[in-house]
Design a protein around this ligand. Sequence first.
Ligand code: NAD
Ligand code: LMR
Length: 336
Amino acid sequence: RPVVRPAEPIKVVVTGAAGQIAYSLLYQIASGAVFGPDQPVYLHLLDIAPMMGVLEGVVMELADCALPLLTGVLPTANPEEAFKDVAAAFLVGAMPRKEGMERKDLLAANVRIFKEQGQALDKVARKDVKILVVGNPANTNALICSKYAPSIPKENFTAMTRLDQNRAQSQLAAKLGVPVKDVKNVIIWGNHSSTQFPDASNAAVKIGGVEKPVTAAVNDDEYLKSTFVTTVQKRGAAVIAARKMSSALSAAKAASDHMRDWFLGTTDRWASMGVISDGSYGTPRDVVFSFPVTISGGKWKIVEGLTITDFARQMLDATGKELLEEKQDALDVCKD
Ligand code: NAD
Ligand code: LMR
């Protein structure tokens, strides 16, 4: 039999490792669902000093899972230790929104974390590290993190809108009575906030083995412009109202989907992710804006040539405006 050499382990950091999202995410990473079934991982777990006791319990549970791909675990409260030589970073650690709060209420509390972590990544991470910001306000935190890590390419900082994409895909599948996998290319544009634009105008659905536009299958323009959009925009708040805590299981699944597509590539469908804007589709430059992308060889590329209707234009402009305002607020906070 040919000798197959096992892949070298990659170092992967998860911040907020003692929190809700991490509790679902760590198993997915350590079991091979993100980096592939043949890629061993060494997990670095960052949280704040008062959480080290809880984190110790998480470390015990990871050991008790007896996962063949998990080659080691480093729990720490020191960002420079956590980010040393990592190839992938899930930046989850931040305060979550409570009932009645808007995401912008979190900005002042959370943005400083991403300034400090940007500085630490800049010093010690691999220069090709792929960074996914989950902690809210995710787009603006990713921008700030990048600003304080100038030696790492801006393309390597992304924000999570995959949960919104998954929510949108699931809503459409339920509306059409088809399996969720049969809906593809729903786009999330802009901010991971209530101004985001979930856009079904390029989405396709497979019905009876034949692919057709979602717009034709739904045949209800009013639904696609109103109920569909607001349901997805407000889904995070609806989960908070029901659970009294923000989404965690679905957020962890989305984080896995995002990083898996980034490392292993997209296949027959687009992914939406917050990436540094180059002004595509008339969006503001230098904000982290969610676009549809395809990914190959670890590099994402914005899908080009889509038609933007008057309705879409208004929606893109509104979410772009909010991102510019958040950017200004965040830069003001970082000056202090
Ligand atoms: P949580 O409160 O359960 O856990 C957060 C953890 O982060 C805590 O253990 C906390 O001690 C830790 N933490 C705080 N400051 C830290 C720092 N400076 N360094 C390292 N760790 C730190 O919250 P959660 O439910 O896991 O949510 C985490 C974040 O993800 C929140 O900001 C939430 O709003 C956000 N979120 C984003 C999305 C998205 O789609 N982008 C979805 C769901 C939740
Ligand atoms: C979500 O979308 O579920 C999270 O961002 C949590 C929130 O504050 O909405």
